[in-house]
Every structure is written in C-alpha cells, then in structure tokens.
Design a protein around this ligand. Structure first.
Ligand code: NAP
Length: 326
C-alpha cells in the first residue's frame, strides 16, 4: 500500500510517499481503506522528533485519525462489517491507504457526509467533546472560553457548545478567523491582544467564564486565571504558545477553580472505546440533524503531505487540513 513515510526527523521535506507493507487486522481489529487522513499539530511535533509514538504504533508513518471503508474485519468483530463507512482515532499510522485499528474505537461515519469530509471529524470533535463535556461537565447556560477558536479543535468546540446552549467566547490572533467563527455560532470573538482578559470580564458582566478550553497554553495562563469564574474549570488541551507559566495558587483557591491537562493519544484502548460510545450517542446525531458540520480548510492529495504540513505551520488554516487518498 502507499503511505506517507517520514524519512528522518526534520522539516516538512522529510515526508514522502512510499510503498510499505499493508497491515493485517488482528482479533477485534478493522482493516480500513482510508478515504482521508486528518492532519494534526501532533503530527508536526512527531515529524520534528519531539513527540514519540505510543508503543505499538509507527514512528515513521504519522497520522492520528482516519475516515474510510471497512475492507476486512478480524476475528470477533461484530460491530462493523466489510463495506461499512467508519471513522476513528488511532495512535499512529493514519497517513496511509490502509489503517488497522481496534473496532472498539471506531465510530460509524455520519451518513449524510462525503467520506473524505468525514476525515475532519474524529480527532477534533472527540477531543473537544471529551474535554469540555465529559471531563469538565460543561452545562447549558454556562460560558465556555475557547482559545484559538479558529483551529480544528476550536471550531469543533464552538459548534458543540452552541448546540448545547452554551455561551461561547473565542479568541484568535487573527481577526478574520473570529468573523468566520461568528458564522458557526460564536457568541463573542476576542482578538488575542493585550487587554483580552479585561474584555472578557466586561463581556461576562464581571462574572468570568465557567470552562476554559485552552489550545494555547503558557502565555495565556495569567489571563486565564483572571477570567475564571467561581468554580470554573480550566482544561489544557494544547500548548503551542509555551509549556511553562507561573500559577497564582491563591487566585485558583479563591475561585474554587480547577486546572487539568488532557491527551487522547496515549490512552488505553478501553478508554478510547468508552469515549467512542459516548460520542456515538451524544455527538453523532448532531451531524445527522445538521447542527454540527466538519469545518475543512483544505484537502490536499496525500502525495502533497509536505505542503499540508507547511500550511498548518503557517497558522493560516481555519478548521481542518486533510489528506485525500484517491
Ligand atoms: N490533548 C489532545 O488530546 C489534543 C488533541 C487534538 C489537538 N490537540 C491540540 O490542540 C491544539 C489545536 O489543534 P488543531 O489541530 O485544532 O490546530 P490547528 O487547526 O492547526 O490550529 C491551531 C491554531 O492555534 C493558533 N496558534 C498557534 N500557535 C499559537 C501561539 N503561539 N499562540 C497563540 N495561538 C497560536 C493559530 O491560530 P491564530 O493564530 O489565528 O489564533 C493556529 O491556527 C494544538 O495545540 C493540538 O496539539 C490536543
């Protein structure tokens, strides 16, 4: 099969299409013929040699998600059959014509979407749903702050929040992304420039926000502490801005607030399967009724994976970047 192989750690030029051995499904696995593979920030880090793949997953073939058609099933699989359209997250190896992953972590593709588009769903919608709703218990009538709201995860979180009746405030360094986010239901867009915490306090009538979905990290921590409401929950999902910052523990105590971090990739398969089941019942119907939609910036032919990486590095994308397997 064809796969995008990383020759060695380095810049985007180290990615190239190669013929590699097609994986075979083991007990409980699906072999999926991939229609599209999502590009994620973690892929850029892995390519640079800064984010090793978890045990059992390829170091050379990047890729954390797929959408495609079941080509074969391993022994004991009864949830899916050959020919079914599926999507899911994987620990690695997603930039390939075929992916093998546990059937327990796969989810039926939304029926009304083109299968290439479906590749824009799993990683960002599962991450946002899990962080804001499963882990932080975001409730209707609460306020959610999403940093980097124009990102893949940000646009998913924004839609999930709007659908749940949540007030969603989003930040971006790029004003044009806030305009586009408004079309997806963003309640307030805030340009991430000095003074953003004060503006958010003003927009919330001095109350602050209940949940912060943080896709930026270090440099926003001081501001996040200022805008956290009483009993507010801050969840750190991405840290492109920086890994370290000083925390004011008294401010956190005074708000009876919490801060936690999360990753999807390193979780045991049982936890990924539990998330997939919750996602099926609570999120999938939103694609069927049109409340949710994949937000796709660009679909690159898989052979142009280097260009896709460069594009993500430029921070110009609004929503997802995909690799299509034609
Ligand atoms: N924990 C997990 O399990 C998990 C899962 C998926 C993704 N993630 C993380 O979530 C984040 C979003 O992922 P994605 O794939 O949705 O990203 P994406 O679509 O590539 O968007 C990232 C956006 O973040 C903003 N940004 C980048 N560097 C920044 C900086 N230094 N300061 C402030 N803003 C910055 C940029 O938008 P503007 O500059 O225009 O605002 C950029 O377009 C990433 O950090 C990713 O690693 C984590």
């Amino acid at each position: 099969m064809r796969a995008i192989v990383m020759r060695e750690p380095g810049d985007a030029d180290v990615l190239e299409m190669q013929e590699v051995e097609r994986p075979a499904p083991g007990d409980g696995d699906l072999l999926v013929r991939v229609a599209s593979s999502g590009v994620n920030r973690a892929d850029l880090l892995q390519r640079e040699g800064r984010y090793p793949a978890p045990a059992g997953y390829s170091e050379q073939v990047l890729g954390l998600e797929y959408a495609g058609t079941v080509e074969a099933v391993g022994h004991g699989v009864d949830r899916f059959a050959v020919g079914d359209a599926v999507m899911g997250i994987t620990g690695g190896g997603g930039y390939a014509e075929f992916v093998v992953e546990s059937a327990s972590t796969a989810v039926a593709a939304p029926a009304n979407l083109d299968l290439v588009q479906v590749g824009a769903v799993p990683e960002v919608f599962m991450t946002a749903f899990d962080a804001a709703f499963v882990q932080e218990g975001l409730l209707k009538d609460e306020t959610l702050l999403v940093h980097a709201v124009g990102s893949g995860v940000g646009t998913a979180a924004l839609q999930l929040g709007s659908r749940a009746g949540v007030t969603v405030i989003g930040t971006s360094r790029t004003p044009a992304k806030l305009e586009r986010a408004a079309e997806l239901g963003l309640t307030h867009g805030v340009v991430a420039e000095p003074g953003w915490p004060e503006l958010i306090m003003k927009l919330t009538g001095g109350r602050g926000v209940d949940v912060i979905l943080d896709l930026v990290g270090g440099p926003y921590l001081a501001g996040n502490q200022r805008v956290l409401a009483q009993r507010g929950r801050h969840i750190v999902v991405g840290v492109p801005g920086g890994l370290k910052a000083e925390i004011d523990l008294r401010a956190l105590m005074g708000r009876r607030g919490s801060i936690r971090g999360t990753v999807l990739r390193a979780r045991p398969v049982e936890e990924k399967a539990a998330l997939a089941r919750a996602f099926e019942t609570q999120v999938l119907p939103g694609f069927d009724d049109g409340a949710l939609q994949p937000v796709i910036d660009t679909v690159f032919p898989a052979a142009k994976a280097s260009n896709a990486h460069r594009y993500m590095e430029s921070n110009r994308n609004f929503g997802k970047i995909l690799l299509e397997w034609g």
